[in-house]
Design a binder for this molecule. Sequence first.
Ligand code: DGT
Ligand code: MG
Ligand code: MG
Ligand code: MG
Ligand code: MG
Length: 277
Amino acid sequence: MAKSRFEYVRTYEQDAILLPNTYIVIRLDGRGFHRFSAHYNFRKPNDKRALCLMNAAAKQVMRQIPDVEGAYGQSDEYSFVLSRECRMFDRREAKLVSTFASTFTAQYQFLWPEFFTDISLDGNMLPSFDGRAVLYPSLREVRDYFSWRQADCHINNLYNTSFWTLVLTGGLSEHDAEQALMGTNSGAKNELLFSQFGINYNDEEIMYRKGTMLIRDVGAGGAASESTESRDVQEWHEKSKRQVEREEKKRRKAEIVELHVDIIGDEFWRGAGRWIS
Ligand code: DGT
Ligand code: MG
Ligand code: MG
Ligand code: MG
Ligand code: MG
């Protein structure tokens, strides 16, 4: 087909290609959810409907994108880890990030009525999510990444639980609650909740305290047949298309399991998390 004289503008396009043989973590975060959550009267400090909607949208993303090995979500964010072998879009960053953000956003809007049965979305206040991709060279950093997000979940949730208990149960103004919590460490917050309100923080709903981990239950043999250590760089480049496709098929068929557990310690990574490889 003849090319138009405008074709040359294409040469201005630049693709950032994500490094081969590295884990890709794509984190999505709700845009302006401080306002969004206020607009739809999300319950404080946690709205179960909103968190379950996030989980449902993330599961759909995992169903549609088999390269995702696992995902972790809390508050208005979700992180997806892609296998090191991922060749989706030839690892073009813009394609990957924009596809994750738009797929997740579409699912979030589509599934909204299932969770917010009596509140419809308002065209002037629709949810949207930004996205970024981060590369990690080994499973160690991937683990530490997830630990970082879970620690963030814990710190924020302990603060928010204390803050809203002081306001909603204790009758303090938001300003006074903020003052009361200023400079307190986590021990002091636990103590405040227990001594003033009889709340044992550890009895609070586990999804609120730990966030949600989604993994594929690929069963015996697993998608990852060899340990990370045994796979050298050469192998990464030579892994046959058939082998990659076989593993993808396995992931596609696997059940997605939702867990609310500690992912900082070793136990998760020896058990369910071992399939993230
Ligand atoms: P951004 O991400 O820079 O566009 O701005 P925001 O406003 O989304 O800020 P971010 O992501 O740091 O904080 C998430 C906000 O979402 C935060 O204000 C609390 C709110 N949020 C998330 N989950 C819940 C919930 O379950 N209940 C309530 N009431 N608010 C929530
Ligand atoms: Mg933010
Ligand atoms: Mg946000
Ligand atoms: Mg956020
Ligand atoms: Mg096109």
